[in-house]
Design a protein around this ligand. Structure first.
Ligand SMILES: Nc1ncnc2c1ncn2[C@@H]1O[C@H](COP(=O)(O)OP(=O)(O)OP(=O)(O)O)[C@@H](O)[C@H]1O
Ligand SMILES: [Mg+2]
Length: 208
């Protein structure tokens, strides 16, 4: 088995890294894929989420942690065990992030629909460029009917990066399910489940 490593990175705190990693992991696990999580963020939010799942029964995926220098080793191991490995990262761009980016088949960069978040992506885009990693920007918490998404799109075009076609809306289903150790798909159908399904399909297609 040669699993795909997907790192979720963004310097800006609260952009949705952990939420996206957890929800894509749930979606792929529900599709029968073997999924593993690797938390490299000392805040440990993904770990807390995973532990909540575990308390309820079979979490349906694996979990481990690694600090900067252990990431390559863990990735090598997990690639042999899982189809998809999600690496969650802290909100900073420094040399600690390099090993995760280097190991990645895809780097997902969540951008909350604000110009400030676009500015914050430059660090990770530079690093991904140097490591020749494939990047997918995901617009998160977009509010329907606002112009911000258009403005963000324009800035992303100027930076020359591709964004996922799927946009994740600002939806209370995300914090509600995260707090319960779930993904939105485990809560019942809504626009949020369509969005996560569509994003999952895009990610899988990109990794083919
Ligand atoms: N699309 C969304 N709609 C509504 N709330 C969201 C959405 N995405 C994320 N959130 C909420 O925003 C907060 C921050 O999200 P999350 O923890 O995933 O960000 P992060 O980038 O991992 O943060 P950090 O940089 O601190 O690790 C959480 O409370 C989460 O539930
Ligand atoms: Mg996080």
């Amino acid at each position: 088995m040669a699993g795909k490593i997907i790192t979720v990175a963004q310097q800006k705190g609260g952009a949705g890294k952990t939420t996206i990693a957890a929800n894509l992991a749930v979606a792929l696990s529900r599709m029968g894929k073997v999924v593993s999580l690797l938390d490299t963020d000392p805040q440990g939010s993904l770990g807390r989420w995973f532990m909540m799942r575990r308390e309820r029964g079979d979490p349906g995926m694996g979990f481990s942690t690694a600090s900067a220098w252990g990431v390559s080793y863990e990735c090598d191991k997990l690639r042999r065990e899982a189809d998809f490995i999600f690496v969650d990262t802290p909100p900073k761009i420094d040399s600690d992030l390099k090993p995760a980016i280097r190991e990645s088949d895809l780097v997902i960069v969540p951008v909350s629909a604000s110009q400030v978040d676009v500015w914050a992506t430059e660090g990770v885009l530079d690093l991904a460029g140097r490591e020749k990693a494939d990047v997918m920007v995901v617009l998160n918490r977009a509010k329907a009917g606002t112009r911000v998404a258009e403005d963000v799109d324009k800035s992303l075009r100027e930076l020359g990066v591709a964004r996922a076609k799927t946009i994740l809306g600002h939806r209370v289903a995300f914090p509600e399910t995260m707090g319960a150790g779930k993904g939105v798909q485990e809560r019942g159908k809504g626009a949020w489940t369509d969005e996560i399904e569509a994003l999952t399909r895009e990610v899988v297609k990109r990794l083919k």
